[in-house]
Design a protein around this ligand. Sequence first.
Ligand code: SAJ
Length: 437
Amino acid sequence: MNFQKICVIGLGYIGLPTASTFAAHGINVLGVDISPHIVETINKGEIHIHEPGLLEEVKKAIQSGNFKAAAKPEEADAFIIAVPTPFQENKFGEYNGLTYKLADMRAVTSAAESIVPFLRKGNLVVLESTSPPRTTVDLVAPILARSGLEAGRDFHLAYSPERVLPGQILRELIENARVIGGVTSESSQAGRDLYATFVKGQIIQTDATTAEMVKLMENTYRDVNIAIANEFSRLADKFGVDVWEAISIANLHPRVKILSPGPGVGGHCISVDPWFLVESAPELTPLIYNARQVNDAQPNFVVKLVQRALGSLNEKKIAVLGLAYKPDVDDVRESPATEVIHILQHTGAQVKAWEPFKLDANMKGVDMASSLEDAIKDADAVILLVKHTEFTTLNPNELAQKTKARIVIDTVNGWNDEVWKNAGFTLFRLGNNKSKI
Ligand code: SAJ
C-alpha cells in the first residue's frame, strides 16, 4: 500500500513523536487532538511535553509543511489512534470479593468515532493505545462499521503497540522491533507497509488480538517478576538474609534472572497494563492480581524499615533522595517514592524531598528541597529511594559534614555498607536485616 497522507489521532507522548517521525520521512501528516492548546502549540512549532530531540523534529516538520495539527481528522490513506487508556476513577470491577481497576476506553471510543465520517474504501486504521485483549475487534471494528464499511473487507484494521522508552522515544521508534496485528493478513501487510516508512527494526505480522496480548504480556511479565523480587526481600528480612547477596548468587544459575526489589513499581505502563488482563479475565489471573497487590504494598515495607531504624517517626525529620519512578529519568508520574512520602507523613514524620532531575517537581503535599544540602541539613535520617547515578556516587565522608543524620536507609542497593559505616553512618537496607542473625 502507498501512503501519501495520514492522520494521527492523539498528540501525546506517543502520538506526537510518531506523527513527526512520519512527517520527517516525507509523509503528509495531520495530527489531531481534542485540546485546542495542544493544537495551537504544535502549529507554532512548539511542544507541550518533554522528550529529548522532539522539539527540533516537530519544528522541522511544521516548517517543511508536511505536518500540521487540527481538532478533527480529514480524509486520509491511514489513521493511527494513539490516545490514552487510563483507569476509570470511580468504578471498579469485582470478582469473588476482590476489587480490580477498570480501563477507561472513552478516548479510544471517541477517536474511532471521529474517524467514521472520513473513512473510505481501502484505508488503513491502526490502534496503538495499550488496550485490553480484543479491543480492536470488539470495540474499534464495530464503531468503524458505522461508516457502512467492514473491517478486513472494505478497509484494513490493525493493532500495533508502541514499546518505546521515555527519553529514547525518537530512537526506539525507529530501531525497535514492531508488531503489527491485522484483523486479516492483508491488514497486517498494510500496517507493515505503513510503518516500514521509518522502522528499521524487525516488523512482525500477526493477528490483532495477539498483538494486544504481546504488549500486555511484556509488561505483566516484568511486574510479576518484580513482585517476586519484592517478596524475596520480605522473606530475606524475616530470615536475616541479605536479599541482594542471595539474588546475585541465584542469578549465577544460567536460567535464573531475578530482578531487583525496591520501593515499588511506578511509571505509566508496568503498574497499569497488568490490570487490563485482570479486568478481561479475573477468574484466570490470580497471579497477576496478587503481583499488583505485592508491588503496590511495597512502600509500606519501606516505611516499616524506616520505623525500625528510627523508632517512632513522629516529628522526625526525614530527607528523601529521589522522586522519579526509576533511575536517571525526570519522570515523577506514578512514582512509588511519592507513596512512601505520604505514608511517612501519615506517621507524623516531616519529609523533605530532593529530586535533581526535576527541580520544578511541584508535587501535592511534598516539601521539595532546593538542593541536596537543603534536604539533608537538619535530617534525622536520609532515605535513598531512587538509584540515580548522582546518588550512588555520593561521597559519604563529604555528606557527613553536611548533615546531622547518622542513619541512612537504602531501598535500592545503591550504597555500600562498609563505606558508609567508615564515614560514621549506620546503614539499613531493604531486604537485609542481618542484625537478626
Ligand atoms: N523496577 C523494579 N525492579 C526492577 C526493575 C524495575 O522495582 O528490577 C521498577 C522501576 O524502578 C520502575 C518500574 O519498575 O518503578 C518500571 O520500570 P521499568 O524500567 O521496568 O519499565 P518502564 O515503565 O520504564 O517501561 C516499560 C518497558 N517494558 C518492559 O521493559 C517490558 C518499556 O519497554 C515499555 O515501552 C514501557 O514499559 C511501556 O510503555 O509499556
